[in-house]
Design a protein around this ligand. Structure first.
Ligand SMILES: Nc1ncnc2c1ncn2[C@@H]1O[C@H](COP(=O)(O)OP(=O)(O)OP(=O)(O)O)[C@@H](O)[C@H]1O
Length: 607
């Protein structure tokens, strides 16, 4: 005779097959939550024989959730050692953030079905599973073997419980326990709920010490004045009325990103263009609590002098800086009027005129060498700057002392004089051993009136010996931080590309959405390729590469890229008609929706 649980499993398995094959809802023998989840999964067109889930390896391994879960998972890992169980923590969207497995066989199985850190187990990708249902229904849930939508998950059972922020009640993630199917599964729900509660308590301790630290810093600053102040924590925003009157939620996000980029520098300033086009000059301080980094305190000054009512002179002079930055500073052959770009253009021009050695830093392709060239041209010099790249393998140091290789002889050979400019590109790549000799070569060139410019991308480290070779430093903004300049840059680059190439206005939105890790160099290359392959007299949406139609920032495998490109191509060819595109590809409409979501594909609505 069958045991009760085996008979139940068989009945559920039968009900599932019948549901998949017919247009009827699942039989009532199936628990209600599972029935609902099966219906959602079927509607979304999720596969039943293969687990296809998105992967995002670049996640924050030090997030508050991960740190709060670590001691709880450590304890459970010790308790479960050698057993056939595994504990997992996911974020609120179902992305697996940590996993501890008791035995190897289960570990190998979970790897095969991608139930591992970096993958998403949201219901929309995997169908009915403990994590997905608990997050969807916002309550703890047990999914037993055959209740899983996907066959590959049917030999395990799992229980999951949401992890909530105990102050706001917001779901922050899920705690999950998975084990091979077996009789002991009744205790699973109690265990995960207790573990989720433990994580919630640790998170509460973190956030209360973070919130105390932020509140204290905010009160100290706002007590003495009425200038705009904003305090940004992970789930806390404090703004005085001067700040809240001028900022939107999107501005908070922009300012948070800008503050995070400034990193650990104790007190730093930066200009940020807000979503309404206004420029804010922010002074940023990182606030730490006993539980680690709590957030940022931002003191703001706006471009508009009427907003600058701070009693001290500090904010007023900064507002003047803001006004200065707002004035364009055109340089020959280059485009842009973003305040940060104006500032660096003005600095470079002044340094070129005064022959002040300048270090330009910024991400690759932002225009550091181009700025040096243009500022040099603005002095009226007839010569062309000499650019020496410290990363060029031809300038690698020779086998021993006295050999005539390396950077030094190249720098000594560069023409020098009052109308000359010498650009040392990638200063951070100068080998430490060569540093002192390179510094002497730059000094000798500067002594003869040559303007010295160094460039540096994000990688750290001007070699010690070269620190005093540059009297000034200026930052060149990344393209994604000066998107208001995109139309002007596109025009400028198209003029450079060739006779009469134009761009349809439809092309700008996807260009705006892209991250541009290689900045203007990458924009130029995209436009060149689009211009070369364009089907009409101007560049249209369909001439852009598929990656530009997808907003995902994760790196895709070769197979995923190919799949995404095929989807985009089909969508472009059918003028955004998803049904037609799905038919053309031989997949269902729900699958096309799911894949578009997974790859972040965005195309304008059909006209
Ligand atoms: N403001 C601009 N207007 C037009 N073109 C620009 C502008 N800024 C940069 N470019 C173009 O972008 C390309 C990359 O610029 P550049 O080589 O100066 O970047 P970089 O920051 O020096 O890069 P790297 O760090 O890799 O040395 C060049 O073709 C340059 O002409």
């Amino acid at each position: 005779m069958l045991s009760d649980s085996t008979a139940r499993d068989r009945n559920i398995a039968r009900a599932r097959l019948k549901f998949l094959e017919s247009a009827e809802p699942p039989a009532t023998i199936v628990p209600e939550g599972i029935r609902n989840s099966w219906q959602r999964s079927k509607y979304l067109g999720i596969g039943t024989d293969e687990v296809v889930v998105p992967y995002q390896p670049d996640y924050d391994r030090q997030s508050r959730l991960v740190r709060a879960a670590a001691p709880v998972l450590d304890r459970l890992e010790r308790v479960l050692a050698g057993s056939d169980a595994c504990v997992i923590v996911t974020d609120r969207k179902g992305w697996v953030r940590d996993r501890r497995v008791g035995e190897k066989r289960l570990s190998a199985h979970l790897d095969r079905v991608h139930l591992a850190p970096g993958f998403s187990y949201a219901e929309q990708f995997v169908g009915t599973n403990g994590i997905g249902v608990a997050l969807e229904e916002r309550r703890s849930y047990v999914v037993l073997g055959t209740e899983h939508f996907n066959e590959r998950l049917q030999n395990v059972s799992c229980a999951a419980a949401p992890i909530r922020n105990s102050v706001t009640g917001r779901v922050e993630g899920a705690m999950n326990l998975t084990c091979w199917n077996g009789p002991e599964r009744t205790l699973m729900a109690a265990l995960v709920q207790e573990a989720a509660g433990d994580i919630e308590r640790v998170m509460y301790e973190f956030s209360s010490s973070h919130q105390r630290a932020l509140l204290e810093a905010f009160q100290q600053v706002t007590h003495y004045g009425d200038r705009p102040v904003l305090c940004l924590g992970q789930d806390l925003v404090l703004a005085n009325s001067a700040a809240s009157a001028r900022l939107t939620g999107d501005d908070h996000r922009l300012l948070h990103e800008a503050a995070a980029e400034l990193g650990h520098a104790p007190r730093t300033r930066k200009q940020v263009q807000l979503t309404g086009g206004e420029t804010a000059l922010m002074r940023c301080r990182r606030i730490d609590s006993s539980a680690g980094a709590a957030g940022y305190l931002l003191e703001l000054a706006f471009e508009d002098p009427s907003s600058d009512r701070a009693p001290g002179g500090v904010a007023r002079s900064r507002s003047r800086e803001g006004q200065e930055a707002a004035k364009p500073w055109p340089l020959p052959g280059l485009a842009g009027t973003d305040p940060a770009w104006n500032t660096v253009s003005r600095t470079a021009s002044r340094c070129a005129r005064d022959r002040t050695p300048l270090l330009l830093h910024g991400e690759t392709g932002t225009g550091k060498s181009a700025l040096a060239r243009a500022a040099h041209a603005l002095t009226g010099a007839a010569s062309v700057p000499v650019v020496v790249d410290a990363r060029d393998p031809r300038h690698a140091p020779g086998p021993g002392p006295g050999t005539e290789t390396g950077l030094v002889p190249v720098l000594h050979a560069a023409p020098t004089g009052p109308d000359r400019t010498l650009v040392l590109r990638n200063v951070n790549a100068v080998p430490a051993a060569e540093g002192p000799a390179v510094a002497r070569a730059l000094e000798a060139a500067a002594a003869r009136g040559t303007w010295i410019v160094g460039t540096l991308d994000r990688a750290p480290g001007v070699p010690d010996a070269l620190r005093s070779s540059f009297a000034e430093a200026a930052a060149v903004p990344a393209l994604r931080h000066r998107l208001a300049d995109l139309p002007a840059l596109v025009d400028c680059l198209l003029r450079r590309i060739g006779a009469g190439v134009e761009c349809s206005p439809d092309v700008l939105p996807p260009l705006r959405r892209h991250d541009w890790p290689d900045n203007i160099r990458q924009l130029e290359s995209v436009l060149r390729k689009a211009a070369a392959g364009r089907r009409t007299h101007r560049i249209e949406l369909g001439d852009l590469p598929p990656a530009l139609h997808s907003a995902g920032s994760r790196s895709l495998s070769a197979w995923e890229s190919a799949e995404r490109d095929t989807l985009v191509q089909a969508l472009l060819e059918t003028d955004g008609n998803k049904l037609l595109a799905a038919q053309r590809l031989g997949i269902s409409r729900t699958t096309i929706y799911r894949k578009m979501r997974a790859y972040g594909i965005t195309l304008p609505a059909r006209r």
